[in-house]
Design a protein around this ligand. Sequence first.
Ligand code: SF4
Length: 380
Amino acid sequence: MTAWEIKGWCPGALRPMPSGDGLVTRIRPPLGRLTPQQAEAIAKAAQAHGNGIIDLSARANLQLRGVTEASHPRLIDDLGAHGLIDRDVETESLRNLIVTPFRDAETTALADALTAALTRMPKLPAKFGFALDTGPRPVLTQASADIRVERAADGQLILRPDGHALGQPVTDLATDAIAMADWFIVHGGVTDGRGRMAALIARGAIPEGCNVAPAMPLPTPRPGLHRDGALLALAFGQMRAETLTALSALGHEIRPTPWRMLFLLGATTLPAIPGLITDPADPILRITACTGAPACPQALGETRRLARALAPHLPAGQALHLSGCAKGCAHPGASPLTVTASDTGYDLILDGSASDTPSLRGLAPEALSAVLKAPHAPPL
Ligand code: SF4
C-alpha cells in the first residue's frame, strides 16, 4: 500500500492548502447560495488570481486552484468585496454547514440561525460539520456531516447525530445544536483534535432523547429540471471559470450541492453551456476520479483525462472509481470497479476500495478500456 499524507484540517479561503498546482483556495458560500454577481466575481477571481479551474467539493464548497502566494491577497480582496470572505480563519473554519438546495423560507431562516450558532459552538474538530436537510424528505444523508437537522414524517424538526438512525425533537435549533456538540465533546468524541460523530456513536454512546425517525430519505437527485430549478452536473465536480461566468449571466441564484452539481434556482429550461452536463445518462457521471497527477503531489498517475477517454467504453450501468493513489480521496468506500494508479501502472480492484488488493496490476492506460469491458477475464 502506498503511504500518503493525512491532513487534519480543511482548506479555506483565508487558509488555502498547498497542492501540486498551487494553493487550493476554498470558498464556503454563505448560507449555501451565490447571487449571480457573487458567482461572476468568483469566476473572474479564478481567472485573475488562479489557473481558471474551479472545483465543487463534496461539502458543496467552491475551490479555486492554481492560486499563488503573490496572488492570494488580491484574491481575498476581490472576494471580500462580494461578501464571500469571513472576518478571520477561526470564523471561516467554523462554517462547516451544508444546506439543502431544495429549501423554503423556513430553511433559509434556520440556516441563518445555525450559522450564527456556529460561532458559539465548543471547539470542534476541523472536519466536524452540520447538514441542514429540512426539505420534506432528507436528501443529504450521503453527504459528510456530524449533526443533521432533518424532518420527521409529520414535519417536525429533529436533530440527528450522524451514525444513529433516530433524532431528538428540536425546541430551539441553535441551543439544541450547541448542546449536541457539547455532548460530543463531553463523551470523548475528540482525540488529538480529531473525531467524527459516527465513530462516537459506533462506540455505543447516544445522546438523550434520540427516538424520532426522520422521514424516508430521497435518492440523490439526477441532473435535469426539478420543481424549483435545474440541477447541472460537472464532470468530476470541476469546471472552468468560463462555465461559471456563462451560468452567472443567466441571472439565477446558484446553489452549490454536495453531488457535484449546481442548482440553478428558478430555471425552467436546461442551459446549453459547455462544461455543464444535463443528461443523466452521460457515462462520465458514472466515473468518480480524484484530482490525480499533476495537480495532486501524492498522485502516482493521471486520472481525469484518462477517465474521459474511458467513459465511452464503460459498460452500461457500470460505475468506476479512478484513483491517483491508494488513498482513494474521491470515493473512500468500495466500488464494483476501481482503478488505482501505482508505481508500476494502473491496478484493477474488483468490489473493493482504492487500497484493496488488486486483481490485476501494472496495466498500461491503453489496456484499461478492454479490461473494463471484461474485468473478470484473464489478464491481456
Ligand atoms: S487519492 Fe487522488 S487526490 Fe487523493 S491523495 Fe491520492 S492522488 Fe491525491
